[in-house]
Design a protein around this ligand. Sequence first.
Ligand code: DP6
Length: 378
Amino acid sequence: MISSMTERTYHTELQSEAASFKPHSGGVVTGTAAWSCPSNIAIVKYWGKREVQLPMNPSLSITLREAVTRTHLEYRFNPEIRKPGLTFRFGGREAPGFGQRTRTFLERITPFMPWLRHTVLRIDSENTFPHSSGIASSASAMGALAICLVAAEASIVRPEASGDLLDDPGVLKKASFLARLGSGSASRSLFPGLALWGKSDVWPGASDEYAIPVTGFHEDFRDMRDAILIVESGQKKVSSSAGHALMEGNPFAASRFGQARENLEQLAPILREGDWPGLIRVLEEEALTLHAMMMTGRPGYLLMLPQTLAILQRVRSFREETGCRIGFTLDAGANVHLVYADGDAFPSEGFIRNELTRFCENGRVIHDRMGTGPESLI
Ligand code: DP6
């Protein structure tokens, strides 16, 4: 009871801020916000949720650099407007599916951003990475939109404020909170390096409502690489939302949530000390458990393909033979993310090229690395 009360503190704070919202005397405000936000790959996975987008266990991810969504938002706030408006374009074209998801998201966040009721929005968005490529596009898309909306809010609610938006630490916290309501993993995309979402006793400041940056990790983990091996680029057979829902009837769910908590606790010293073998152990255990949860749901399902398994086995043999600091992880799909040390990039990339691309669709591999978080585009 006490913990669920403290968990909802920020939610309540935002609601009472919203209740006191009054349009400023100037009336109409028009403006533009444009931000890029990266995707992320989880080391400890979020899999299973409750209420509105609250995680069953804490998760921790690497923020990527190259795989980003760029969102351009034009807004026109007018207290006289009684019905909000939205035009949504993706990659320069009308995108009804994404538009509908955005509309649902905006309705969900309006209690925390009451000015949205009187605003017409025009959103243009694009990704730097291909659709269905095994990179979580909802994470970067919801992250970019959330930070654009926080920027718009600053000019509508506090037109007198000046300076860099990111100078205010509250900005990323609110953007992360909002992004979470669009897609859970998006909450983690707002921070550079590593980010943690979900309450954990060993990580001060961690919350179920928003993610926080993980600081103080060892320099051997800086600039970690992530090569994404595209085994299959098609639409996923079972969506993440359906997968989260299936955790409810999964007989192993409770022990899985406990395992994630334990892995997070173990990560604290691993990250501080630069313990690559420790990191790889957690990374691979989490990937395999994520898929074990899919297989043991009711009904169970399989997203790995024979090529996925061939890659995982070869990665383990290569590591044993060479001692390279490289490990695998998986998202909710057949594609494989290989996380490796910057210092082992040369042998690891040679191995990927010579031994693994043949298991990939058209030999496709996307090379990414740890990134620095959202950036303003204007
Ligand atoms: C396997 O964040 O896509 O990538 O909250 O329903 O949008 P929703 O789910 P989503 O789930 C991501 C699951 C995962 C693991 C992770 O990123 O932690």
